[in-house]
Design a binder for this molecule. Structure first.
Ligand SMILES: [Zn+2]
Length: 230
């Protein structure tokens, strides 16, 4: 199964098969330390595992360094928090099952200033930028970001059907080739981007998606039905 996902996305082979209310913690080296009762604990490797998210949608003003993100975090305003929370509450129930561990705020995405949001699926972290708060489609953006998290929990066979239907071609040893016609321009970037975009359109403009690709619309409907009943 993991291998299948690896071929599908050509992402790293770490398993992200945690529950919707858990985050994935990578294998890490734990330095030797002394417990409060005096017991000495030797240095050891803690294997990768899933950790339950204790506080959901935690708005944080500062965050630890995130690999690949060079921007600086800043403090939330009350109205920003209220807006994001109210839009998250409006999302479809199956997507709301994917709890966000940490919601961070930064001015812009260095190198990609038009990007309204950035999601790190493994740690269930979302970073929202100034552009997000100027957008008229904040709910769509949040739905899109949640789709990047939910995709890891979907049935690989259903997902594969979806990507084939959307026109992706897979050849062993090569990156997946994007379809010639895509629903939104950056869909061609990766299967994950295409999935998040198509799900966004499924909710915001179902008529458009039905006209664009009725089969993909039906597969999404099936995927959602199977998640709603879980
Ligand atoms: Zn995206």
């Amino acid at each position: 199964m993991r291998q299948f996902i690896y071929i599908l996305f050509l992402w790293s082979s770490i398993s992200l098969a945690c529950e919707p209310n858990e985050t994935h913690v990578r294998e890490q080296w734990i330095k030797p330390y002394t417990r409060s009762d005096g017991t000495k604990v030797l240095g050891h490797i803690r294997s990768e595992h899933c950790r339950v998210i204790s506080v959901h949608n935690y708005f944080q003003d500062t965050g630890s360094e995130i690999k690949g993100f060079k921007g600086k975090f800043k403090a939330w305003t009350q109205s920003e928090k209220a807006l994001v929370q109210s839009k998250l509450d409006e999302l479809p129930s199956w997507l709301k099952k994917y709890k966000i561990a940490s919601i961070l705020r930064a001015s812009s995405h260095p190198g990609n200033p038009k990007n309204p949001a950035l999601t790190i699926p493994a740690s269930k972290t979302i970073i929202l930028f100034d552009v997000f708060f100027k957008s008229s489609k904040v709910k769509d953006v949040l739905l899109h970001e949640l789709a990047h998290i939910a995709i890891w929990d979907l049935d690989p066979v259903q997902l594969h059907q979806f990507f084939i239907s959307n026109g992706w071609t897979y050849q062993k040893g090569n990156r997946p080739t994007p379809p010639t016609k895509v629903i939104l321009p950056d869909s061609a970037h990766s299967p994950s981007e295409d999935f998040a975009n198509t799900l966004e359109v499924y909710y915001s403009n179902p008529k458009l998606l039905k006209e664009f690709n009725l089969k993909s619309f039906s597969i999404l409907e099936e995927i959602i039905k199977s998640k709603d009943n879980r």
